[in-house]
Write a new protein. Structure first.
Length: 521
């Protein structure tokens, strides 16, 4: 068999066991289902190495039933293409034949899985490339096993048996990326959009749809058209989920004829899984303050289910219904549930920005002891505390000085006309706690003001040293109300984050005093 192959005469497909063989490269074809959709970024380095030293290990090949050519079985497409390119360029017999390990054919899904596993081990395989390959394997398995629809549980079991373990939650996100997002934002996904971003888009998709329905703006098909149009608008290698969220907020506000500030608060609360109380009257859109304030506020209603997600630790593993991978929404009545525990360990929570200190916050019983990590910890805590209270856009990281973060401005004054007293007081007091932990009102003005938007009320108040302007812009309750309206009513996760943030502030200050470090210097 080896001598026939060396002469360019392919052997018959009667391989029963693995064997070493010398093959003419003209007898070997690249695997057409290769998970890698773009050129290997290491192509030039690999080519230079093969040119100088030849292959450092044999190619693994196999042969489909009824065919005469071989195909690369588990990785090696790049090396094969380079060998063929070098042979065309040089005519050197050194590149005409290659040592191979030939393996018996089993089934198509096994070959694709072997390529996926090998490519992933070598790195540089994008999330969408892996997701496409996983769902190609799913389709192959369905055809090979005669199954109409392979469940996520069985797919996860099949992948695990083939040496490629994925949780059902991650498979669900991959399905959402392939079925829902790839037709809408191919440039963003192929440009490197990863798991955390896909998870955020999916959460935004679901939260926005819930808000869309609550405002009575139409059925799922109508929302899907709007969502698709907005996704396509922002598709590109520099994808920004914030732009998409802003566009969705504007669309809902326009369709519902309410202010965008109200929609922003509602959507942030929905994303955080937080019950937000809003008044039952129509949102004010009048030009005058007098017209915008109703004579009497009716009873408030909740925009969230009656259960209180804040009573559950967000770092605790949880289960959710199996997701419809095409639309990304929960589908009732499926045969199994998906455990997200493995994925929570793999990537940061939606409630906080990506941060290297997230693991410190969730797994370490003690805070870090260096200033850089403490500042990062303060920022992460402040960011997710603000996001769960509808003011996430006001918190910005601050590197190298201060307390790790700053506040861009005060909460939107229009919220006073849109929220009930309980919700408004909680948002206001959370803001004041964040302002204290960031030292917004006591830090040197020359250090803080240049970082603030010039049009912000906070910037004007600090520049003019006008406390009245600041107190007029943020609802300021007397200290006795703090315990009654915030400490007693805030959710468990918010309470822990608030305590940890204050503790982190103290640690930063104590460390600065011990090391004689000027935090704002």
């Amino acid at each position: 068999m080896a001598s026939q192959a060396a002469k360019g005469e392919p052997a018959k497909a009667d391989i029963k066991e693995s064997a070493a063989i010398l093959l003419d490269i003209r007898c070997i074809k690249p695997y057409e289902r290769n998970p890698r959709q773009c050129e290997n970024p290491e192509y030039d380095r690999i080519k230079a190495s093969i040119r100088a030293n030849g292959l450092d290990q044999p190619l693994v090949v196999t042969q489909r039933p009824g065919t005469t050519d071989y195909i690369v079985r588990s990785g090696g497409n790049t090396r094969l293409l380079i060998l063929k390119e070098l042979y065309e360029e040089t005519g050197d017999d050194l590149f005409a034949h290659v040592q191979c390990l030939i393996k018996p054919w089993n089934r198509e899904s096994d070959v694709l899985l072997a390529h996926l596993r090998e490519n992933d081990l070598r790195g540089s395989l994008s999330f969408i490339d892996k997701a496409r390959a996983v769902f190609d394997i799913k389709q192959l398995l369905e055809a090979e096993l005669g199954i109409v629809t392979l469940s996520q549980r069985r797919l996860a079991m099949a992948l695990h048996a083939g040496g490629y373990a994925l949780s059902q939650g991650l498979i669900s996100r991959m399905g959402y990326a392939v079925k829902r997002l790839l037709p809408l934002i191919p440039r963003a996904l192929n440009g490197g959009l990863g798991r955390p971003q896909v998870q955020r888009i999916r959460a935004l998709d679901d939260a926005a749809f819930q808000l869309w329905q609550r405002h009575g703006l139409g059925d799922e098909a109508v929302f899907d058209e709007v969502f698709a149009a907005l996704c396509r608008r922002y598709d590109g290698p520099d994808w920004d989920t914030g732009q998409l969220q802003g566009a969705i907020e504007a669309e809902i506000a326009e369709q519902a004829e309410v202010s965008i500030n109200r929609v922003r608060v509602e959507l942030d609360a929905q994303l955080a899984g937080k019950a937000l109380m809003v008044p039952d009257y129509e949102d004010a859109t009048c030009e005058t303050e007098e017209a915008a304030i109703p004579a009497e506020k009716p009873q408030a209603h909740s925009l969230s289910p009656p259960t209180d997600p804040n009573a559950v630790d967000s770092d605790t593993p949880y289960e959710e219904p199996e997701q419809n991978v095409e639309h990304g929404r929960s589908t009732e009545g499926n045969e199994e549930t998906i455990s997200e525990a493995a994925d929570l360990a793999e990537e940061a929570s939606l409630e906080a920005p990506d941060s290297p200190v997230e693991q410190i916050l969730t797994t370490s019983p003690s805070a870090p002891s260096d200033l850089k990590s403490l500042r990062a910890r303060a920022w992460t805590l402040a960011a997710r505390l603000a996001q769960r209270n509808g003011i996430g856009e006001l918190v910005e990281p601050l590197s190298g000085k201060g307390l790790g973060f700053i506040l861009r401005d005060v909460p939107d004054p229009a919220l006073a006309d849109q929220l009930d007293d309980e919700t408004l007081s909680q948002i206001s007091m959370v803001w004041w706690h964040l302002a204290a932990c960031a030292e917004m009102t006591v830090a040197p003005i020359e250090s803080v003001v240049p970082m603030l938007p010039v049009e912000s009320l906070l910037c004007r108040a600090l520049e003019q040293q006008d406390a009245g302007l600041l107190f007029g812009g943020v609802w300021t309750l007397d200290p006795g109300n703090t315990g009654y309206r915030l400490w007693r009513r805030v959710g468990e996760q918010d309470w822990r984050d608030l305590l940890n943030l204050m503790d982190t502030y103290r640690r930063i200050r104590h460390l600065a005093e011990e090391t004689e470090t000027q935090l704002w210097g």
